[in-house]
Design a binder for this molecule. Structure first.
Ligand code: HEC
Ligand code: HEC
Ligand code: HEC
Ligand code: HEC
Ligand code: HEC
Length: 163
């Protein structure tokens, strides 16, 4: 009887759905940790500067990494891979965590200028994560919910067919 109820409870737990926008972490070319690097004193903007026109946050060049990794952990196989890409002038092929379709207009600079909106609003507590996975909802309904809450425009043309 006890065993049965334990099994029953386990079945119930297994059926609690995780929100459907969550995704497992994708495989990355090397195990980059945000937690390690933010603790080392680096800030988001140093690696994701949002150059004009500000649509994209962008990913850092290998040269930025090599400023430290010419010395730090240079015997690690992961750092050897980083150094090899750098020497060949190649980017690291980071797998994307948050990605919306190309037919949607989105601009980082404009959103981070909104009162009370931070990187964490849309990406979760990145600075405390060793591995990033999609943990926030950025599908159409989520965009529109915040727009409604903040009294921003919400017509179809705002996000589609803008150009
Ligand atoms: C209002 C929501 C929102 C906020 C706030 C936000 N992001 Fe994003 N972020 C997105 C969306 C949506 C994408 C996917 C964009 C795409 O696929 O074109 C994204 C993608 C990214 C990417 C992938 C590459 C790129 O060039 O866009 C990085 C890196 C990133 N965000 C970093 C940040 C950082 C750092 C901050 C804070 C300074 C931030 N984001 C704030 C929604 C947001
Ligand atoms: C300000 C210096 C600094 C910069 C810039 C920097 N790192 Fe690091 N990195 C560190 C430190 C410190 C550690 C932790 C070293 C340790 O564990 O002793 C680390 C660890 C790592 C590790 C883990 C290595 C291992 O085998 O344990 C990887 C992978 C890594 N960094 C990749 C990168 C990448 C990719 C970039 C560029 C996007 C980068 N780092 C930029 C300082 C830096
Ligand atoms: C040392 C450089 C560095 C710093 C500092 C840094 N990042 Fe990143 N970020 C990266 C690299 C490299 C990746 C790609 C690997 C990954 O997804 O973990 C990345 C990926 C991301 C992504 C996933 C984008 C996508 O769609 O694939 C987000 C979101 C992000 N960073 C936000 C932040 C925020 C917020 C901060 C500040 C708290 C920050 N990052 C600080 C280097 C950095
Ligand atoms: C956390 C709240 C929030 C989220 C989430 C959010 N937005 Fe916004 N967005 C705003 C606000 C507020 C404005 C109005 C900014 C202004 O008027 O300066 C805005 C403005 C915009 C604009 C108009 C920019 C312009 O040209 O004037 C577009 C396009 C847009 N958002 C697309 C999106 C998309 C696509 C998503 C989801 C991937 C999204 N937003 C998610 C708050 C949000
Ligand atoms: C605030 C931004 C925003 C507004 C406003 C908006 N959309 Fe979207 N829309 C999105 C995003 C983001 C996606 C992509 C969702 C995903 O990741 O698949 C999308 C996807 C779609 C799709 C593709 C199918 C789907 O459902 O994923 C259609 C069709 C669409 N939108 C129609 C509309 C129409 C019609 C309106 C006006 C009533 C509208 N959208 C208003 C952001 C927006």
């Amino acid at each position: 009887m006890r065993l049965l109820s334990v099994l029953f409870a386990a079945t119930l737990l297994a059926q609690v759905p995780s929100p459907k926008y969550e995704r497992p972490a994708p495989d990355q070319p090397i195990p980059f940790s945000h937690k390690t690097h933010v603790s080392a004193g680096l800030v988001c903007k140093q690696c994701h500067p949002m150059p004009d026109p500000g649509d994209f946050a962008t990913f850092p060049a290998t040269s930025l990494c090599m400023n430290c990794h010419r010395e730090i952990k240079k015997d690690s196989p992961h750092i050897a891979k980083l150094a090899a890409h750098h020497a060949e002038g190649k980017k690291l092929p980071w797998a994307r965590v948050y990605r919306i379709p190309d037919y949607v207009f989105f601009n980082h600079q404009q959103h981070t200028a909104v009162d009370g909106v931070t990187c964490e609003t849309c990406h979760g507590p990145v600075a405390t994560r060793d591995v990033l996975r999609r943990e926030k909802d950025l599908a159409m309904q989520a965009c529109m919910d915040c727009h409604r809450m903040k009294n921003a425009k919400n017509d179809c043309k705002l996000c589609h067919d803008q150009r």
